[in-house]
Design a protein around this ligand. Structure first.
Ligand code: HAM
Length: 424
């Protein structure tokens, strides 16, 4: 019988757990600096929530089954549909804009590979109820500051940004039908993974002429102002470009201009995006996307909620962990122990337990020996546990009420009253 973990699922041993805790701690701290509050939803949801809202790619990757009550259900592959439903149900009573974040574990049946597993933890940070361009810059700035929070700089990563309205306007102007927009976005999203011919074929299937499809690929290489110069007569394109220009300008005002790059080939794979879209990538191009998000102004209404604009991003722990490891930015594992109490003889056991419990009550992290080992072995154990102090309790200490306290790093020793230790 093979009882190892499933492909694409991780066992978190303490050293992996330490990195996961570090990642989540930085996410939480940056999210809260931006004034976001945390929420969570159920890991299992009605299948329909995704079938109708997420788009084909994710639906093909669902962990789905019929539960014992005959309901069609799926493990959540992303948080946005649950978020849209939850916030939609309460939106009327909440002051706008709503700023919520979450760190759900998500499940997608993908081919396990570098940067892609079948489960991952994903920070989700979203704003609801604001259609102005400042909200777009706020979301992109938060994503950038997440990575800065881990010690990554503008040499390490870039935020590629575009606008679905802009790209949609260009596609429509080149013959792509309304129904063809989704498949055309999905094809452009694969430009970096598929051949040019593969993308051209799909653009044509979506309604573009052969020449139109080629021109679209060429446009995907232009800067924002160049693009406006060649396609500025399409009103949709002109408006979206002006808006995107303001979003980028705001990011420059935040002092984050060095992190931002316009990229018209970026459209994102998910179906619900309507405006700004962006992704964070490592500059050397060694890893998959670190983060992705955008504006989805119609999703809340589509899941039965109020008609409110919304936007946000998701950042997974897998690519981020790989990147931090590659750049030497994984902090050393923190020690689990502050004090190690050394019991010299079994007669001092009761005093050791009293001291241990008293120190724990005061918030110190305390361990002691279970097995009456020699004092030397107990010092070794204190060292291995990374204790800051070893506190020796022997017959003399028990008689005088004064313990020997060794600072492990320096080897310095002092005698401190046990009662004082308990009061500190
Ligand atoms: P997404 O682009 O599908 O967007 O995922 C966002 C991030 O989650 C990716 O950039 C990647 O870091 C991570 N990720 C996704 N799939 C996997 C996987 N199989 N293994 C490891 N990491 C993965 C969304 O999910 C949107 N719901 C994000 C969003 C929130 N948009 C607006 N608000």
């Amino acid at each position: 019988m093979d009882l190892s973990s499933l492909p694409g699922f991780r066992d978190f041993y303490p050293e992996q757990m330490a990195l996961r805790k570090h990642i989540v701690a930085v996410w939480r701290s940056v999210a809260e600096r931006y004034g976001f509050v945390e929420y969570d939803g159920p890991p299992l949801e009605p299948l329909d929530l995704y079938v109708r809202k997420s788009g084909e790619e994710i639906v093909g990757q669902l962990y789905r089954f019929t539960d014992q009550g005959g309901r069609e259900v799926a493990l959540r592959p992303e948080m946005t549909p649950s978020f849209a439903r939850m916030v939609g149900a309460r939106a009327g009573g909440l002051p706008k804009p709503i700023r919520w974040y979450s760190v759900p574990q998500l499940f997608r049946y993908e081919r396990p590979q570098k940067g892609r597993l079948r489960e991952h933890f994903q920070l989700n940070l979203d704003i609801v109820g604001e259609s102005g361009d400042l909200a777009d810059s706020e979301i992109v700035a938060a994503a950038i500051d997440m990575l800065r929070g881990f010690g990554l700089a503008s040499e390490d990563f870039v935020a590629r940004i575009s606008d679905r309205g802009l790209v949609g306007g260009l596609l429509t102007a080149h013959g792509v039908s309304e129904a063809g927009l989704g498949p055309a976005f999905a094809a452009l999203d694969k430009l970096d993974r598929e051949s040019e011919d593969w993308v051209l074929e799909r653009l044509q299937a979506a309604g573009a002429s052969e020449e139109g499809a080629r021109r679209l690929l060429h446009l995907a290489e232009l800067e924002l102002d160049e693009l406006v110069a060649v396609a500025g007569d399409v009103p949709l394109v002109r408006e979206a470009a002006a808006r995107l220009g303001r979003v980028i300008q705001n990011l420059e005002s935040f002092g984050l201009g060095a992190y931002v790059q316009f990229d018209p080939s970026l459209v994102r794979g998910l179906a619900y995006y309507t405006g700004t879209v962006f992704e964070l990538w490592d500059r050397r191009g060694e890893f998959r996307a670190i983060c992705g998000g955008g504006r989805y102004d119609q999703l809340l209404a589509a899941v039965g909620g109020p008609d409110l604009p919304a936007l946000g991003f998701g950042m997974g722990d897998v690519v981020l962990g790989e990147l931090l490891r590659a750049r030497g930015l994984v902090p050393p594992e923190p020690s689990a122990i502050d004090d190690y109490i050394i019991c010299v003889e079994p007669e001092q056991r009761a005093l050791v337990l009293r001291l241990t419990h008293g120190l724990r009550d005061r918030g110190r992290r305390v361990a002691y020996d279970f097995a009456s080992r020699s004092v030397g072995r107990q010092f070794k154990a204190a060292n291995q546990a990374g204790a800051e102090r070893a506190i020796v309790v022997g017959p003399d200490e028990a008689a005088t009420g004064v313990a020997l306290v060794r600072t492990m790093a320096s080897g310095e020793e002092a005698r401190l009253s046990i009662e004082k230790l308990l009061e500190a």
